[in-house]
Design a protein around this ligand. Sequence first.
Ligand SMILES: [Zn+2]
Length: 70
Amino acid sequence: MKTKFTILNDPTARNHAYMMSKWAIDIEYACPKCGKDRVVTWLFPDQDMLYEDECCNQIVHFEGFRDEGN
Ligand SMILES: [Zn+2]
C-alpha cells in the first residue's frame, strides 16, 4: 500500500542531500501505525522509495513521480 506524503521542501533544505542528488526533496508523512508526523529526505523522487520506518517499524512505500514543472 502506498503511503501518502506532502512535500515540505523542493529542493531539499539539507545541503548534504542536495549534493548527493539535485532532485532531492523533503517530505512529510504520518506514521502508518500511530499517525505521528514524520519527515524524511527523498533523494530520487522519480523512483519509488520503500523502507521500514523506525517510528513503529512499519513499512512505508512512497510512489515516485515526475516533476513536470521544469
Ligand atoms: Zn509510529
